[in-house]
Design a protein around this ligand. Structure first.
Ligand SMILES: [Fe+2]
Ligand SMILES: [Fe+2]
Length: 210
């Protein structure tokens, strides 16, 4: 059993089973194109923004699976490769920064002993490190494909891309089930306002309503 599945079961035991499914992204929400942008005004509700980002990243994982599944059937489409590359390089990195620089430090301040946040954080850090490594590997090969070059080791690319898609979707689902509900429970309005402002600044856009 994966560590995070055990952790999700533990939190379900503490808070009741109902929260486990409360934030899973409905499939219909996740069918948007990769390029679709999350409306800026959602930054006023930064936890909703993180959830919307999870939905987009679930779409990204599906695209990556699809890309790998058809990789040897026909020449890879450079436009699809470019869309996936942009999402990995820009959006996923912004999202990880939102969590590591804005969400986790605030939750560390607000969490209560029974939340066992230090255990949760250890697992989150481990999974972010794993995904960062896979993202780097996959992006090197996607860049070559976008430039019309062949890959040194196509099988390795397919293995890394499949591993990334599988591990990342699992990461998103347990963050939806455990991390975001905890954030909604513990963060104050001041925390949320400050988070929204720094997330807007990270994207070089004005904080909506200012
Ligand atoms: Fe994360
Ligand atoms: Fe996340």
């Amino acid at each position: 059993m994966h560590d995070h599945v055990e952790m999700a079961m533990l939190w379900a035991h503490i808070w009741g089973d109902s929260f486990m499914l409360s934030e899973r992204p409905p499939r219909s929400v996740c069918n948007d194109e990769l390029a679709e942008r999350i409306p800026d005004n959602i930054l006023r509700e930064p936890i909703d923004y993180l959830f919307a980002d999870h939905c987009r990243q679930a779409t990204l994982c599906n695209e990556l699976h699809h890309f790998v599944a058809h990789f040897f059937n026909a020449p890879p489409d450079p436009d699809r490769a470019a869309a996936i590359l942009s999402c990995l390089e820009v959006d996923v990195n912004l999202h990880i920064a939102d969590e590591e620089l804005d969400l986790f430090p605030r939750l560390r301040m607000r969490a209560r002993a029974e939340d066992r946040f230090s255990e949760l954080l250890r697992l989150l850090d481990k999974e972010h490190d794993r995904d960062r490594t896979l993202v780097e590997e996959v992006c090197v090969d996607l860049t070559r494909l976008v430039q019309g070059q062949s890959l040194e080791d196509p099988d390795r690319f397919c293995r890394s891309a499949s591993a990334l898609a599988a591990s990342h979707i699992s990461h998103l689902e347990w963050e939806n089930a455990v991390l975001l509900p905890l954030a909604r429970l513990r963060l104050t309005n001041e925390d949320l306002n400050a988070m929204g402002k720094t997330m807007a600044a990270r994207r070089s856009i004005p904080y909506p309503g200012d």
